[in-house]
Design a protein around this ligand. Structure first.
Ligand SMILES: [Fe+2]
Ligand SMILES: [Fe+2]
Length: 167
């Protein structure tokens, strides 16, 4: 197995492929902000209707992000770099478990803030792990490879991608 590409976090911003190849960092920042906002607003019972509506919309966006990751990003990077996405996929499952707890808290109007806080903790751990694993692999792709990745279907990519070591 090829060694998996490593670039320390503090060197990401000075990499020539930053930020063009790591736009997912923007989505993650957004997820973190919404999650913190929800925890804060769940403090007051009068705000729970607003919090529940926003949470529902936000979780739909999170699920489509996860779907993209599990169906395109992870399989491509696993094939290209030989990286293991088992723990990252388990992070999505852990978020689904927390989501069930949040929804049940909304139904009972009981401990919504605690459930959102637990969800926020699992989300932070997942995003941290995912970024540490994925960002160096995305930065390590040549411009041409990245453009090909962005415009191609995963089945085409998996057919023609060969595992290679960092250039
Ligand atoms: Fe993500
Ligand atoms: Fe993810």
């Amino acid at each position: 197995m090829a060694s998996v590409h490593q670039i320390p976090r503090d060197q990401w911003p000075s990499h020539p492929n930053y930020p063009a190849q790591v736009l997912l960092l923007g989505s993650h920042e957004n997820f973190r902000r919404v999650s913190e906002h929800l925890v804060e607003r769940a403090q007051t019972k009068a705000d729970l209707g607003y919090v529940e509506r926003l949470y529902g919309r936000w979780i739909s966006a999170m699920r489509s992000h996860e779907g993209y990751e599990e169906h395109k990003l992870y399989p491509y990077l696993a094939k290209r770099w030989g990286a293991d996405f088992g723990h990252a996929t388990k992070g999505h499952e852990a978020l689904h478990t927390c989501d069930r707890d949040v929804r049940s808290a909304f139904r009972g109007r009981e401990n919504v803030q605690g459930a959102l806080r637990a969800h926020d903790r699992v989300l932070s751990q997942h995003l941290e792990h995912e970024e540490t694993l994925v960002i160096p692999l995305l930065l390590g792709l040549s411009r041409g490879e990245f453009e090909d990745y962005a415009r191609s279907s995963i089945s085409d990519l998996l057919q023609r991608t060969r595992q290679r070591s960092p250039a």
